[in-house]
Design a protein around this ligand. Structure first.
Ligand SMILES: [Zn+2]
Length: 168
């Protein structure tokens, strides 16, 4: 599996297509798993491809499919969330990166930029993109019914129940 790619060289070459792809256990992505509940044995299937934009610029495509366990913000139970996305990034020369990212901030519809690098760690990139893709407030479509919820509806929350929920 290719772990590092040279985007400086790729910017100059005529190569197009998938340049790196693989499958890695979700738990291997330490930064991603920080602050998340216990994860299952789901693999992260990913690929990084390259192509050209209208002006000949190098465009990178990051595709990811996995299942991340997140905590439902309504009932606080962990539940699996399918993550499946393709992100496009424009590779710009390191010297142009600050200008390019300022332009991107002013025009949020513009493609996000990444500085060309001799040794781009594709797993780090994949991890960054997964972190960015996670929902801010994940929720079940319909939370599973629990006996405690029925009691809560009938009698209202006791201070103790609220406290034990916060600790959970
Ligand atoms: Zn829920």
């Amino acid at each position: 599996m290719v772990r590092y790619i040279d985007t400086v060289e790729l910017s100059r070459s005529a190569t197009a297509g998938v340049v790196a792809a693989g499958s890695a256990p979700l738990r291997a992505f330490r930064r991603l798993c920080e602050g998340l509940p216990e994860q299952g044995d789901h693999p992260v299937d990913w690929s990084v491809g390259i192509g050209r934009g209208a002006a000949g610029e190098l465009l990178m495509t990051v595709t990811v499919a996995t299942i991340v366990t997140l905590v439902c913000q309504r009932c606080l139970d962990p539940f699996p969330v399918a993550i499946d996305f393709t992100t496009r990034l424009r590779v710009v020369a390191a010297a142009d990166f600050n200008d390019a990212s300022r332009d991107h901030e002013e025009d949020w519809t513009a493609i996000e930029c990444i500085a060309a690098s001799r040794r781009l760690d594709v797993l780090e990139l994949v991890e960054d993109e997964i972190i960015l893709s996670l929902p801010v407030a994940p929720r079940h479509d319909v939370c599973p019914a629990r006996p405690a919820d029925a009691a809560l509806r009938e009698h209202g929350p006791s201070a103790f129940a609220v406290l034990s929920r916060l600790k959970h």
